[in-house]
Design a protein around this ligand. Structure first.
Ligand code: B12
Length: 248
């Protein structure tokens, strides 16, 4: 960590401001396309800029990688991020917290909603084989986990949550075209609010392009972003749903 709160990007020498970025322009490859990429890079504050890679895509488009120096500074004091507000627990601690303090299985339902068919993310969190060396929630013997898979409609999910008395509903949204992930999450939150009011389950959404700071705005309890591990999610469920004390 640097001493001061102001930092610049690093390439060859400390603070030289070097960054690399990639983008696609709707023009065929060639010198004019490279000139256009440099103009864009300059307008983005990258100056001097170099096209270090360019490649035609389908005849009418060109993909670029541009490398160059920015003058911008980063003020670390002005960076605000969502800090984890609960401890990371191991599977033994999670199982015994549920067994001793909830005294029944914790019921978890998972799904991808809308037209989204990207199931790898929700599977990484739920399936026994897990992700990043951690086992998924199905491995935890005190959790009753059902993974409903892809393209589940919100009404179906509400009905299943009610029928199974779900404690938590975990939803994955990977496709973000036209902000589909945000629209679908708001629809989910509104449907549960309407159907179950304050008795709704804990609503957790995740996907690579969510901002974890958006939970309240989206009407859900928690948002997880890219690289989330099953242990983080299981620890959150314990934090949010299990009483702190062993009931009398
Ligand atoms: C594999 C893949 C597919 C597979 C999906 C197979 C399957 N069963 O899932 C197939 C081939 C079917 C597919 C199809 C399509 N795909 Co695709 N796909 C991908 C790809 C290459 C990898 C996604 C993935 O598996 N990541 C690995 C998992 C582990 O990561 P993750 O999803 O981020 O999950 C982690 C976190 O986000 C988080 N998380 C995720 N969900 C949840 C949920 C909860 C509750 C929690 C707590 C955490 C959590 O935890 C996970 C572990 O850390 C991505 C590109 C990429 N490199 O990401 C494109 C990508 C997602 N696909 C894309 C597109 C456009 C499509 C199609 C529309 C293509 C087409 N024209 O047909 C279709 C859409 C199909 C549909 N109806 O949804 C785009 C989306 C663009 C956008 N802005 O929305 C991407 C980004 C590719 C791209 N750059 O264009 N795809």
């Amino acid at each position: 960590m640097p001493d001061g709160s102001i930092v610049r990007p690093y390439g060859d020498t400390t603070g030289d401001g070097m960054v690399q970025t990639s983008f696609t322009l709707p023009i065929p490859p060639g010198p004019k396309a490279e000139g256009a990429a440099l103009q864009l890079a300059n307008k983005m504050g990258i100056e001097p800029a170099m096209v270090v890679h360019s490649h035609g895509i389908g005849g009418q488009f060109t993909f670029f990688v541009v490398y160059g120096s920015v003058r911008h500074l980063v003020d670390l004091d002005a960076v605000h991020v969502e800090e984890r507000a609960y401890p990371l627990l191991g599977s033994k601690e999670i199982n015994s917290a549920i067994k001793d303090r909830l005294r029944r299985k914790l019921v978890v339902l998972g799904a991808c909603i809308g037209t989204d068919a990207h199931t790898v993310g929700i599977d990484a969190i739920l399936n026994v084989k897990g992700f990043a060396g951690e086992k998924g929630l199905e491995y935890l013997r005190e959790m009753a986990v059902t993974n409903l898979g892809a393209q589940v409609t919100v009404p179906e999910l509400v009905a299943r949550a009610r029928a199974e008395r779900a404690d938590a509903v975990l939803v994955s949204q990977v496709v973000t075209q036209k902000d589909a992930h945000l629209r679908n999450t708001r629809e989910l939150a509104a449907a549960f609010r309407e159907a179950m009011g304050e008795y709704r389950p804990l609503l957790v959404v995740g996907g690579p392009r969510f901002d974890p700071a958006m939970a309240a705005d989206l009407g859900v309890d928690k948002v997880f972003g890219r690289g989330t591990t099953p242990g983080e999610v299981a620890s959150y469920l314990v934090h949010a749903l299990i009483p702190q004390e062993i009931p009398a």
